[in-house]
Ligand binder design. Structure first.
Ligand SMILES: NC(=O)c1ccc[n+]([C@@H]2O[C@H](COP(=O)([O-])OP(=O)(O)OC[C@H]3O[C@@H](n4cnc5c(N)ncnc54)[C@H](O)[C@@H]3O)[C@@H](O)[C@H]2O)c1
Length: 291
């Protein structure tokens, strides 16, 4: 537990890149419920406005900002606007990410680079913008969103994404070593499967390349469940915050024998097991077409 446990969000100014939809939206709503004032920055301006309006309607404080995390100037401009609207930013979350699907030989170099830019360098942009300010103040909290795909091997149907998310995890935990002694908190949200529309914007580079999931021992979560898990984890002083602790059990199995783990994944897939997560009844009902 850290000194500020319990008081992390009350009165804090938080900026979320990619806060308009899905996980980012649920996190914005949860942090606002816990007393934070929100800047919701997103390329989808209407959705960002909708999220901010919903927070305000629920009694919170929120502004919507336009931002494209692929561009340094856009990140800097959104950060300046957030500061102008709310004051000094205490928590910045680099949450934008995007998926793809396909065999590695079918994915052009430009797409490998785009996926790295969207999932990794976008987070670096947010970090680079706020680091000098946080260091000068000796406070602040950086949150980067990774994925189970970057934590252990299974996501062979989207290798560039897995590599980019592994880079996010490596960056974030090393930043924690450097920054915690200087008063700055660092957390890495590591979601497993979450029911959002992330697949809608996914490019497929290979026809019939089956998606590979994180394993039958994992479970599909609602974004709100993940947002609660993240906020609780941050308040408890968490650095690596997985959506489900099963992720660390899986990593223990991988660490016991990485080669055996990888070969077991190959065998699983060959037997027809695509590693799909368990889908709870509640989510199945929500996804079912209404008759
Ligand atoms: N949903 C999952 O199962 C899952 C699992 C593991 C990790 N993640 C990660 O969680 C994060 C959020 O994903 P999600 O599932 O909520 O997806 P989502 O597609 O619902 O939300 C992504 C948000 O980012 C915004 N965005 C996209 N490109 C942008 C850009 N260039 N500049 C600014 N904003 C941009 C979108 O408009 C959207 O609001 C991502 O980093 C994703 O990789 C998701």
């Amino acid at each position: 537990m850290t000194d500020n446990a319990g008081a992390l969000f009350a009165g804090a100014n938080a900026l979320i890149f990619g806060g308009a939809k899905g996980i980012g939206k649920a996190v914005a709503q949860e942090w606002a419920r816990r007393g934070a004032r929100l800047a919701v920055a997103d390329i989808a301006e209407d959705a960002a406005q909708e999220t901010a309006d919903e927070i305000v309607a629920a009694g919170g404080i929120a502004v919507a900002l336009s931002a494209n995390v692929m561009q340094d100037e856009s990140v800097a401009a959104a950060a300046s606007r957030a500061e102008a609207e709310l004051g000094e930013i205490d928590i910045v979350m680099n949450n934008v990410g995007g998926m793809l699907n396909g065999h590695p030989e079918d994915i052009p170099m430009s797409e490998w680079q785009r996926i790295m830019d969207l999932n990794y360098f976008a987070a670096v942009r947010g970090v680079q913008h706020f680091l000098p300010k946080f260091l000068a103040r000796g406070s602040g909290h950086i949150v980067n969103t990774a994925s189970f795909a970057g934590l252990y091997p299974y996501a062979a149907s989207r290798v560039p994404y897995a590599a980019a998310k592994a880079a996010v995890i490596a960056m974030t935990q090393n930043l924690a070593i450097y920054l915690e002694p200087q008063g700055i908190r660092v957390s890495c949200l590591i979601p497993g499967p979450v029911a959002t529309s992330v697949m809608d914007s996914m490019t497929s580079w290979t026809e019939d390349c089956p998606m590979r999931g994180p394993g039958a021992e994992t479970r599909l979560l609602l974004p709100q469940e993940l947002a609660t898990k993240l906020a609780d984890g941050m308040e408890a002083g968490g650095i690596l915050i997985p959506s489900d602790d099963v992720a660390f059990d899986i990593v223990k199995r991988w660490a016991a024998s990485p080669d055996a783990f990888i070969r077991a994944k190959i065998a699983e897939f060959e037997s027809g097991d695509r590693g799909n997560p368990e889908v709870p009844e509640e989510i199945l009902k929500m996804m079912a077409p209404s008759s």
